[in-house]
Unconditional design. Structure first.
Length: 450
């Protein structure tokens, strides 16, 4: 199917098994709560034109083998606007989700609040935000699939307020609709692609792939593993323990050492990733998402990829840890960074507050965390991702209070003394075990295992 234009086309795009919730409000009379002239007639024309009685269709459907509550907007019905009846239907759908312990999938296509109902329509944003929070507090996942257009309060509540936000290619997405933007505004800034680039949604999914992608997401978010998760096996050829600090650093920095991608591929049979910190930033060096173990259960992961971690990366990891906690999913973190990014742009983006946010998320995690140091462990930028009391190390890794080169500079030593400084820092994996920093050094997979 091409991109869906109606609420029911959107539903048919993701499921063939849909059971609609019954609503019988009756024809609108009296021109609504504020007596907008001609509102009842406009409402009736919209119903005749679309075959719907309101701007939203709600029910349950099976997607990828998982039953979910679906809330799909009909843009042809008064611009998919949010009125009192729209809010009541969405609220009833959320209540059903909590009653039956089902995830919620929202398929918005809306221009925002309905002017014909004045502030009574705008208040629906508060009501819907409360429903979403109640569903979140119940430990149930919420996924939004943004259609064209998704603007105004629909984007700022059911859209952006979801745990995972997907979008169809080219969808208009933004708080400001096309008729209320500055006259010189760049239209490209109000697209799904722009929202993805700035960390406000997780992925853009073509219509042809939506059913499969949404099914994978739902299957991952409703089947948590029982934690804490054992640390992955070490990858790469076996080697004797590093004889010195400088050797440990050299191994961790070797360009052919296994990185996060190799560990994720080896550990999970299927993965889906979240993207962005919801504050305007994306860090490609921090991969976060949910993965399926061979037993079919789900683990959340946050993995550094060997680069200096930027503020957006710390915030995205914090978002991942908090989301996993709400859904009861244990977390695996892979530590591999020379440290937090320390350039002026990182400072302006709030490096300190972002690291503090991740420290807080880890400290207050509601599900078990397991961490594996797979390469460089550079100072607080690495420690922020470490599970207190349950961090392990691979043989080709190191963890240090500060990089040896930086330590030498602070101590006013010559650059060539950084190797000696590395020895003095006691940063080798076996040193970390002796110091009580890590629980142990993981071994390679047993021969013949996968």
């Amino acid at each position: 199917m091409s991109d869906p234009r109606t609420a029911r086309e959107a539903i048919a795009l993701v499921t063939d098994e849909f059971s609609e919730l019954p609503f019988a409000e009756g024809p609108l009379t009296g021109d609504g709560p504020i007596g907008w002239p001609g509102y009842s007639a406009a409402h009736a024309r919209a119903a005749e034109r679309t075959g719907e009685t309101e701007s939203v269709v709600c029910g349950t459907g099976v997607v990828g083998g998982v039953t979910a509550v679906l809330i799909s907007f009909e843009f042809r019905f008064l611009g998919g606007s949010l009125g009192e009846r729209t809010g009541a239907r969405a609220a009833a759908a959320h209540a059903l989700a909590r009653e039956r312990r089902l995830p919620v999938v929202v398929l918005p296509a809306t221009g925002g609040s309905r002017m014909h109902e004045g502030m009574r329509a705008l208040l629906q944003l508060q009501y819907l935000a409360r429903e979403s929070e109640l569903t979140r507090a119940a430990g149930l996942a919420q996924i939004a699939v943004l259609r064209d257009p998704t603007t105004g309060g629909g984007w700022a509540t059911l859209g952006a307020g979801s745990d995972v936000v997907l979008a169809l290619p080219g969808a208009q997405v933004g708080f400001a609709g096309s008729r209320v933007r500055p006259p010189d505004a760049d239209p490209a800034a109000y697209t799904a692609e722009a929202q993805l680039a700035h960390g406000h949604l997780d992925a853009i999914v073509p219509s042809a792939a939506l059913r499969e992608t949404l099914g994978r997401w739902l299957s991952l978010l409703v089947r948590p593993a029982e934690g804490p998760v054992p640390p992955p096996y070490a990858l790469g050829a076996g080697a004797p323990p590093a004889a010195s600090g400088r050797e440990a650093v050299a191994r961790a920095r070797h360009p052919e050492r296994p990185r996060a991608a190799a560990y994720l591929d080896a550990h999970f049979t299927l993965r889906e990733e979240i993207s962005g910190d919801r504050c305007g930033g994306v860090d490609p060096g921090m991969r976060c998402g949910f993965g399926r173990l061979p037993d079919g259960r789900t683990v959340a992961y946050a993995a550094q990829c060997g680069t200096a971690t930027r503020p957006a990366g710390f915030r995205t990891a914090a978002r991942l840890v908090r989301l996993a906690g709400r859904l009861g999913i244990p977390v695996l973190t892979l530590i591999d960074t020379p440290g937090a990014a320390n350039d002026p742009a990182a400072e302006r983006a709030g490096a300190g507050p972002a690291i503090a946010e991740l420290f807080g998320a880890v400290a207050s995690a509601r599900t078990p965390l397991t961490s594996l140091l797979v390469g460089e462990g550079g100072s607080g930028g690495a420690l922020a991702l470490a599970a207190p009391g349950n961090t392990w190390a691979t043989p080709d890794s190191y963890f240090s209070v500060i990089a040896p080169e930086s330590a030498a500079a602070i101590l006013k030593r010559a650059p060539e003394e950084s190797a000696t400084t590395a020895d003095q820092l006691r940063l080798r994996p076996r040193d970390l075990v002796d110091l009580g920093v890590v629980r142990g050094v993981v071994e390679g997979a047993p021969e013949g295992s996968q």
